[in-house]
Design a protein around this ligand. Structure first.
Ligand code: 26V
Length: 835
């Protein structure tokens, strides 16, 4: 008996899923690749850098994923147990081809097939553009999660938005950041399958009204809306060598027919068609994290569009399998909210259940608050989302009704528990008071969820005891921690093949799916031959990065230098400025002839500034201006280089992390929720210089104080010092520091922009500097000196480097996902027995 081909085919359908597996041999790959190149893509001649051969290889690879993808879908349907929907406005996937072939195990065969055409597989990988549908850590975490879920055979669907333009490309022009659109779909995206048959309709605008139904129940409708279609595109997410393939489903907006013909009925067909733009704008562009979360209407539309489409899709799928009976729906679903961005799913699920499925308020609330789970990713108050009530009323009137009702019941519960405590009510209300009331999305997410987690131990503690303290008093068991991770398949096995194979030679390949096994490397810490090999691999990776840097910037860095790397979004709290102050300090010492114990260093800083974040752009200009002078100064050439690495993204990190010696994780304590770059760099043998912030705390604990350069104030010290913080006296009492600021204030750095200089000097010297950069300067410089001294002792440094890799086992997303699954999701791994 044959199983239905997928969730949408019913009785009487003809199931074509009977073909035997496609062979994975060099001959078969060669024949499929040439077939697609000649007959599907219509090309004849293989030219350097043309994109079509890459596409042909994707199609041949995708065919082999497709069989496994279908089988997985069948197995998940048959299993009929719980599944998780991971709702995220960002999935920063990067390139997909290497990952797909690594998962399938087709790299050798494909390389051989391409060899017959005189082509290198590595060169072909480079032709793929990054799928840059995210800003930074939060989006990349979602991508690493998908990889681990598939590898652990957990039924998790990623739901996101198919932005037409992803993260902008960064060009550096005269030291300034210039943004260029990322038209990543231009050449076609061969990984996606459009599933037009699963299109959903999303409502906006209009008004809500109440009526009494035939049973005398009060019901609500939402009418006179402007509807937009949500069309899903599926991308396969393969697990590592386990024949399991999950789905990333990205929604794209399109106009409805009614939209064209009724709304713009001025009699002009062409105007009507042109008006389609308004609908399609919803998924046009990814929002960069702006300096402040201003109420951008289009952003709220994106959030609702994602939440509504994904929930409707889930309910549709349930109905196809179970009809109208929703009794078991809650038992079988969890919606994990990646930050507050999709938190509007809370009132939207209420609306769908009550208005579309006839469930009572109590029934709908029970389902909602037992299926939603919320992950917080930041403590920064300016990053906490609030939406104007007025905007909600205009855009989503029915949802605002529901939010008000949720709030009424919340406030009643608080009053019951703490009678007369008006301040508590004011602190906890979902709707802020005043002339311009706002909806607090984090509070809405907390109230509507059964789990609230932070992303590192310190961060989760600060949520419980600080930002969300009163909610933790009300519902103490909701709050928990899930320390972030990264997938070692991309962040070690794929990006650092030389290190990966030397590790596997010693301890076997088990670490690829069980990262704790890296602990076995401890045995080789004092093995001279192993150490020698370890250094050779690092050197080769540094050469590769140095070539890329020369290519991108025209600056040549010596591979004998210590590679000191800070790559992440440009933000004041991450303190790229502190890094810059240290570079100027080294430069000053070399110039004044006090350079004996200054170690040759190449300082590499990379990252994008949100286009509207003026201070972050000043920091980029400041770095580039200092770099221009230093790199041109013959006095310092052999000792110091400063590089701003342009257009930092996922693929850039794949080159950077294997080549890094020293990893800069220097945020103001209490500000970086976790960090994940810290983990990628550690895994590749970089030693961290860092504050006690985010996951640094756990990295330090794992690797030990002797193998980590710790500096700076703790969270408690920051809180205490805040009131008497006096940077001017810190500077005046520190001669080196005074010289650094004097040099920055002079016109020595010729290309420095006056407003960038003023902003930088002001920020460091201001008693109100929230990041307290000056407060950590001396401690940072001292830690850097310890790092330099240590690097000179080649054997000692190698030991530290090996120990960092060996201690990184805990920072695999496989561990993170197991933690989510044990405490929050409770999924059973799927058995693919039919294969
Ligand atoms: C947004 C904004 C917007 C307004 C002001 C400044 C600002 C700063 C940060 C953000 C992003 C918030 C969400 C986010 O991306 N958090 C990152 O999540 C990572 C994954 O959990 C974590 O490793 C990073 O520490 C955290 O910053």
């Amino acid at each position: 008996m044959s199983e239905p081909a997928d969730e949408t085919s019913g009785n009487g359908d003809i199931d074509l899923l009977q073909a035997p597996d496609l062979p994975i041999t060099a001959d078969a790959m060669f024949s499929d690749i040439t077939h697609y190149f000649l007959r599907t893509l219509g090309r004849r001649t293989v030219r350097p850098r043309e994109p079509f051969l890459y596409q042909a290889v994707v199609l041949a690879t995708r065919d082999r994923l497709m069989e496994r993808w279908n089988q997985t879908r069948i197995a998940v349907q048959r299993n009929n147990d719980r599944r998780v929907c991971y709702l995220s406005l960002e999935f920063l996937m990067g390139r997909l081809l290497r990952n797909a072939m690594q998962s399938l195990g087709t790299e050798d065969e494909t390389a051989e097939a391409l060899g017959r055409l005189g082509l290198e597989l590595e060169e072909l990988y480079e032709r793929e553009q990054d799928a840059g549908l995210g800003n930074g850590g939060l989006g990349r975490l979602a991508a690493c999660f998908l990889d681990s879920c598939a590898t652990l055979r957990l039924p998790v669907v990623g739901y996101g938005i198919r932005y037409h333009y992803g993260m902008f490309h960064q060009r550096i022009d005269n030291g300034f950041q210039v943004e260029e659109p990322d038209d990543w779909l231009r050449g076609g995206f061969p990984w996606e399958i459009k599933r037009i048959e699963l299109t959903q309709k999303i409502k906006f605008g209009g008004h809500s009204s109440a009526y009494t139904d035939a049973d005398g129940q009060i019901r609500h409708t939402w009418e006179a809306t402007h509807d937009v279609l949500a069309i899903p595109y599926d991308i396969p997410v393969p697990g590592y060598r386990n024949d399991f393939v999950n789905t990333l489903r990205l929604w794209s907006a399109a106009a409805t027919d009614e939209f064209d013909l009724e709304e713009f009925n001025a009699g002009s067909y062409t105007d009507a068609v042109a008006s389609k733009n308004a609908a399609e704008n919803i998924t046009m562009v990814l929002y960069p994290n702006a300096a402040t979360e201003t109420g951008q209407e289009l952003r709220l539309r994106q959030q609702y569009f994602l939440a509504s489409a994904s929930l409707q899709d889930t309910l549709r799928n349930w109905q196809e399998r179970h009809g109208d009976d929703l009794d078991l729906f809650a038992n079988r679903h969890c919606f994990q909210l990646n930050d507050t961005h999709p938190a509007i799913a809370v009132p939207e699920l209420m609306r769908l259940l009550m208005d579309e499925h006839g469930v009572s308020w109590d029934g709908a609330w029970e389902i909602t608050r037992t299926t939603m789970a919320y992950t917080n990713h930041t403590l920064l108050p300016e990053a906490l989302e609030q939406w104007p009530v007025e905007m909600f009323r205009r855009l989503l009137p029915r949802l605002l009704d529901i939010i008000f009702e949720i709030n009424n019941r919340l406030l009643a519960e608080i009053s019951d528990r703490w009678p007369g405590d008006a301040e508590r009510i004011r602190n906890m209300t979902l709707i802020t008071e005043g002339d311009y009331p706002m909806v607090r999305m984090a509070y809405l997410a907390i109230v509507g969820s059964y789990s609230v987690n932070g992303v590192a131990e310190l961060h989760s503690r600060l949520l419980r005891d600080g930002l969300f303290r009163e909610f933790a008093e009300l519902w103490p068991t909701k709050f928990n921690n899930k320390t972030n991770g990264v997938t070692q398949r991309r962040w070690l096995a794929a990006c650092n093949p030389k290190l990966a194979s030397m590790i596997s030679e010693r301890i076997g390949e088990g670490w690829v799916t069980d990262l704790d096994q890296l602990g076995k490397l401890r045995e080789y810490v004092h093995d001279a031959e192993f150490g020698e090999q370890w250094r050779k691999v690092k050197l080769a990776n540094k050469e590769r990065l140095a070539r890329e840097i020369l290519d991108r910037t025209g600056v040549n860095i010596g591979t004998g230098m210590l590679f000191d790397v800070q790559v992440k979004r440009i933000h004041e709290y991450k303190r790229q400025l502190l890094n810059l102050l240290h570079v100027v300090y080294l430069y000053d010492r070399i110039r004044r002839g006090d350079a004996e114990d200054v170690l040759p260093r190449a300082v590499v800083i990379g990252g994008k500034a949100a286009p509207g974040y003026v201070m972050a752009k000043h920091i980029i200009k400041g770095i580039n201006s200092v770099a221009a002078t230093i790199n041109a100064d013959p006095l310092t050439t052999d000792k110091l280089r400063l590089i701003f690495f342009p257009d930092y993204n996922v693929s850039a990190m794949e080159l950077i992390c294997p080549a890094t010696d020293l990893s800069e994780q220097i945020s103001t304590a209490g500000k970086e929720a976790s960090g994940t770059g810290n983990m990628k760099l550690m895994m590749n043998g970089a030693v961290t210089i860092g504050t006690l912030d985010g996951a640094n705390v756990e990295i330090l604990e794992a690797v030990g104080e002797d193998n980590f350069f710790l500096f700076g104030m703790t969270v408690e010290q920051i809180q205490q010092a805040r009131d008497e913080y006096d940077p001017r006296s810190l500077i005046a009492n520190d001669e080196d520091f005074s010289r650094v600021l004097a040099l920055l204030g002079s016109d020595h750095f010729e290309s420095m922009d006056p407003s960038a200089r003023d902003a930088i000097l002001y920020s460091v010297q201001s008693p109100d500097d929230p990041w307290m950069t000056a407060g950590d300067f001396r401690s940072f410089v001292d830690a850097q000196q310890r790092a330099s001294n240590c690097y000179r002792d080649v054997t000692r440094w190698t030991e530290m480097s090996i120990l960092n890799t060996a201690s990184s086992g805990r920072f695999s997303t496989d561990r993170t996902i197991r933690d989510y699954n044990e405490d929050i999701w409770r999924l059973t791994p799927i058995d693919i027995t039919s294969r």
